[in-house]
Design a protein around this ligand. Sequence first.
Ligand code: FEO
Length: 399
Amino acid sequence: MHCTRKITDDLYYVGGSDRRLEKFENLFPIERGVSYNSYLFLDEKTCLLDTVDSSITRLYLENVKHVLSGRKLDYLVVHHMEPDHCANIEEILVRHPETTVVGNDKTFAFIRQFYPDLDLEGRKLVVKEGDVLKLGKHELHFFMAPMVHWPEVMVSYDPYDKVLFSADAFGTFGALNGNLFADEVNFDRDFLDDARRYYTNIVGKYGVQVQMALKKLASVDIQLVCSLHGPVWRKDIAYLMDKYQHWSTYTPEEKGVMIVYGSMYGDNENVAECLATLLSEEGVHDVRVYDASKTTPSVLVSEAFRLSNIVFVTPTYNMTIYPAIEIFVDDLLRMGLKNRTLTLIENGTWAPMANRLLREKLKEPAFRFTPHDLTVRSSLDEEKLKELASLAKEIKESL
Ligand code: FEO
């Protein structure tokens, strides 16, 4: 049975949520699911904006049919050709042979690659930066947004309702629970961590490109943001933009410390716990302690984008960095994180070298370091506990 919502007089939500998928992109755990958003204009012309993942095809097709109510479908706009959004192009075109597909040159190149048997001859409209698609009183103005998140990505803007169709930008993990609009939920409580985790892990590498897109849109009056994942924004858009400003410029949202440890037998866990306590005694209360072996790297990456300081507590392992820590570090580097203050603590029963190896990866000026590193031999003793207390003071001063 269909399940849609009206957004404005002429615009409908026809997407849906997936609570079965274990991992988004087969990488990122999504315990709270994810939504695949698609929108449908009913104007003089009808226009469908993107499709959805194949996991919700049945609901999606029922939604589109219900909203169209027998009208023909004039246009299908493809803002992004990743299969979580484009998987139903063919299903739509089979049902609507009258439809013209709208995309840019790269969109159609990707359609040919993903769907080589799909013949769009005579039913495609190629748009470029600044082009306008007239639907009636609504128009879609196209802005290219390459690498937010793939090279063919474009966004569009309807001046009549002041709606930005933002593709992946401003999206979040998390299924919708009937509440389509961000102001219908407690966004900070229900979505912010997932929004940050989505941005930092999916789009985080492309901060420069996100900044270019934000600058292009700076003079546009946006009253509604319709992303391809997560709630629709119709209030507090400045709040959302501010989050993207922080994330895309790799600026910490908060002065705080994440302590990430690898610990085979509990000694480094003990170091992390003691440091957290010492920091609290110093008056630093935004401290989060994470076991790198247990916490999924996507959460660690997200926290690293949120906080100003990262402390690594790392065993030396086969003369290298403990693998769970190294996976996290490599993810940070892949995402281009910078502007963080780091503190290095290593442990080695013999030949400790994790701090040196971490410094070879995490270089200045992208990262700053607190003045002293610490080396623990197997377990904390009274002398090392004093050094740890000094480190806590240095971290506090660096905030
Ligand atoms: Fe939601 Fe880049 O796909």
